[in-house]
Design a protein around this ligand. Structure first.
Ligand code: FE2
Length: 367
């Protein structure tokens, strides 16, 4: 990217395209002490109060700076490198981390070891990168006292409270309001598909594990849906077009949200999966369409439940798993309560927590 001048106009060119930069766009970015708060990087002026007819009286390029005199008497020195970063209209940090597809052949699970000052360490940065690549990470040796999971979550960002509370205890209990609180096997599912918005990341912390069963299971919804797209595009298409109703009811609340089972972004790329077949209700569409929808959902369910895609592992006490609830499905194998205790604590955080932390650590370590 190059900045060029021509008769008091500023242009950028990337080799093939050359375009004029709007003078107002540059005026909004003046950065002197009078115009920008150094600490917060927030403007000290309101650009909506400026006259729209901002013009450039004089412009000059020195080594690393673009110097401009505007017609309203303001003069500014803008770093050319910083300008270059502004020409991507998207989040370049997250886009730079490519998702790695995985299935049951995934051998190396990327584990991290909890240690002092963990949340401000380079390891934490590596952990977050790994999280965005694989959709999950496991952290060993995380203290289990005093609901430490809440402290853990709040050290990355903020706990996302739900109707299950700030955090929840996963162990079998009488009269449960969710099958999670039994000793039954749980097929791969995403959590809280009925919430608006769906919590992004689930943390699960193993406190006690005295049973032989109760293995944790994970499936990469990204891998499965990309495979479905290749194998049966009609199935993929209908599952990414029809919005179904997810609903949760207990004595205090009725939660409801509508979404596709495979949600795509504006570029028709993977965005999110929701899967919880005890809770989804498709609207009453014409019979032919529903025929295809039911076949597609069955196929998707078979793939989610197949050995081909599932990894299984045992969480030991002090292990904490952090998983992307928009990308992965999770479940567990059944266990015998007679054998002893199985006790996990869980909570949620949202992407702004991990993204905010990632950007902070990138800045801190100049990465
Ligand atoms: Fe769950």
């Amino acid at each position: 990217m190059k900045i060029e001048l021509n008769k008091n106009k500023v242009f950028f060119s990337n080799g093939s395209v050359k375009k004029e930069i709007h003078p107002f766009w540059l005026r909004e970015r003046v950065s002197g002490k009078k115009f920008l708060d150094k600490g917060t990087q927030q403007r000290l002026f309101d650009p909506t109060f400026l006259d729209n007819e901002v013009l450039i009286n004089k412009a000059n390029i020195t080594d690393k700076f673009l110097e401009i005199d505007f017609n309203d008497g303001v003069n500014s020195k803008i770093e050319i490198n910083k300008l270059a970063l502004e020409f991507y209209n998207e989040d370049t940090l997250l886009k730079s981390i490519s998702k790695i597809k995985w299935d049951s052949s995934l051998k190396e699970i990327n584990n991290f070891e909890y240690q002092e000052n963990f949340f401000e360490s380079k390891e934490m940065y590596d952990l977050l990168i790994s999280f965005y690549k694989y959709g999950f990470v496991i952290i060993k040796n995380v203290p289990t006292h005093d609901n430490f999971i809440v402290k853990f979550a709040n050290s990355i960002g903020s706990v996302r409270r739900t109707n299950f509370g700030e955090y929840f205890n996963v162990r079998s209990k009488p009269d449960p309001n969710d099958l999670a609180y039994t000793s039954l096997a749980l097929a791969p599912h995403t959590d809280n598909p009925y919430r608006k918005p769906v919590p992004c990341i689930q943390l699960l912390h193993c406190i006690e594990s005295e049973v032989t069963g109760g293995l944790s299971t994970l499936v990469d919804g990204y891998t499965v849906t990309e495979d479905l797209k290749k194998e049966n595009f009609d199935f993929y298409k209908i599952l990414s077009e029809i919005k179904v109703r997810f609903r949760f009811i207990d004595k205090e609340v009725v939660l409801e949200d509508w979404s596709e089972l495979i949600k795509l972004d504006e570029n028709k790329d993977f965005k999110q999966v929701r899967f919880s077949p005890r809770l989804d209700y498709v609207p009453m569409l014409e019979k032919r369409k529903l025929d295809l929808y039911y076949k597609a959902r069955k196929k998707l369910s078979e793939m989610y439940n197949s050995d081909k895609y599932r990894i299984e592992f045992k969480l030991s006490p002090k292990d904490l798993i952090m998983m992307d609830n928009h990308r992965l499905l999770h479940g567990r194998t059944a266990y015998e309560t007679k054998e002893g205790n199985r006790f996990l604590q869980g909570c949620y955080i949202d992407y702004d927590s991990t993204e905010g932390k990632l950007r902070h650590l990138k800045r801190k370590f100049s990465l």
